[in-house]
Design a protein around this ligand. Structure first.
Ligand SMILES: [Cu+2]
Length: 372
């Protein structure tokens, strides 16, 4: 019961931007921009708390990563004697059979069939022992277990991942969301749900790539004309970084992978934001133009009126604010020519303010029934 209470409180908190307290939305907007659009190019990643989980062995962030880490420790345990035993024998021989100056002759025998058989058979046996859990895990990585209903969006997120020189496109099957590039043509993160299985189907539209996030314990090749797949359940919330792991051309080094693991209630917010995204493009193209170019009030009002024609709900207002703020965040982060950079940095807050005023002039009309 206590657990359920907490879940409701957390959910109410997370869904607040679509509730009545929309006036404090500016702060909420920035909170969500930080959550769904983190700076994956931050160089001081170690000092950034969101990058805390980086390694499958020291801090596994999925069930599969946990298995990979356990498997690694098991292998180490099996192979450790092979590392230690020769060192011990070497020390014994060095000290026990050293030349004591008493004229003793060393032994000169050449073969010992029993010994040779043993040192061939025992390592072979060790490899067989290690291969059993390894093969089991490799098969487990391919498809989720039968008790996870992949047709149920609350149990599994299915994403088609398409690699291309030099970025990733993500298509969410149940949620009908397509993402890939942000307003600055930079890679967008894959948004995943804490505790919800994710099934990834990989392909490529050009050369071979490999999707790799160490903390999730998965690395999968993507090929043109073929599908490969893997799955895992994120067990830690936060931002996770990866990298294309197949040399795919000139931009391979900057072909990043990033994922944000959020709570279920936050994912609901994300879905709603995505639903309105395409409709905000027109307004964005008016707001952000060449340095020094400003859209007229009449043009802005027309575009905003058109945007709110569908509905003028809190949800839709919040989505517009969110996408404009998120787009500016992406642009400000991208290295670009100095004139454009200075222009964006000196004008983006006043542009956001102008938008706030224009939105405020449109009366809020929440739709009678929610359009899901
Ligand atoms: Cu690549």
């Amino acid at each position: 019961m206590r657990m359920r209470g907490w879940i409701i409180i957390v959910a109410l908190f997370a869904l607040q931007p679509f509730g009545h307290a929309a006036d404090s939305a500016a702060a909420d907007v920035d909170t969500y921009v930080e959550k769904f659009n983190p700076d994956i190019f931050a160089l001081d990643a170690d000092q950034h708390p969101v990058y805390a989980q980086k390694n499958a062995f020291s801090s596994p962030a999925s069930d599969i990563a946990r298995d990979v880490a356990d498997n690694n420790w098991f292998n180490l345990l099996v192979f450790l004697p092979f590392l230690i035993l020769p060192q011990v024998l070497l020390l014994v021989v060095i000290f026990k059979f050293r030349d004591r100056g008493d004229g003793r002759k060393p032994a000169t025998f050449m073969t010992n069939h029993k010994l040779e058989l043993a040192w061939t058979a025992i390592p072979c046996l060790a490899l067989v022992i290690v291969s059993v859990p390894v093969w089991t895990l490799l098969y487990k990585m391919e498809l989720p277990p039968a008790n996870i209903d992949t047709n149920n969006p609350n149990q599994a997120t299915i994403v088609k991942v398409t690699g291309k020189q030099f970025s990733w496109m993500y298509e969410y099957k149940h949620e009908n969301i397509s993402i890939g590039s942000d307003a600055a043509s930079m890679q967008e993160p894959l948004i995943l749900v804490h505790g919800r299985a994710v099934l990834l189907n990989f392909t490529s539209i050009d050369v071979n790539h490999a999707w790799w996030v160490p903390a999730f314990g998965v690395k999968k090749d993507s090929f043109k004309g073929r599908f490969t797949n893997t799955w895992f359940t994120p067990t830690v919330s936060g931002v996770f970084k990866g990298q294309c792991a197949e040399l795919c051309g000139q931009g391979h080094g900057i072909m990043f992978v990033s994922a944000v693991v959020v709570e279920p209630a936050e994912f609901e917010v994300y879905k709603k934001l995505q639903k309105h995204r395409a409709d905000t493009f027109k307004i964005w193209s008016l707001i952000q133009q060449e340095p020094g170019v400003t859209a007229s009030d009449a043009d802005m009002q027309t575009a905003i009126a058109k945007y709110f024609e569908k509905d003028a709900s809190e949800e839709r207002r919040f989505a517009l604010r969110y996408w404009i703020a998120s787009n500016f965040t992406s642009l400000r982060r991208k290295p670009q020519d100095q004139v454009l950079h200075n222009d964006i940095n000196s004008t983006y807050m006043s542009k956001r303010d102008r938008l706030e005023h224009l939105i405020a002039a449109v009366p809020t009309v929440n739709p009678a029934e929610s359009v899901e």
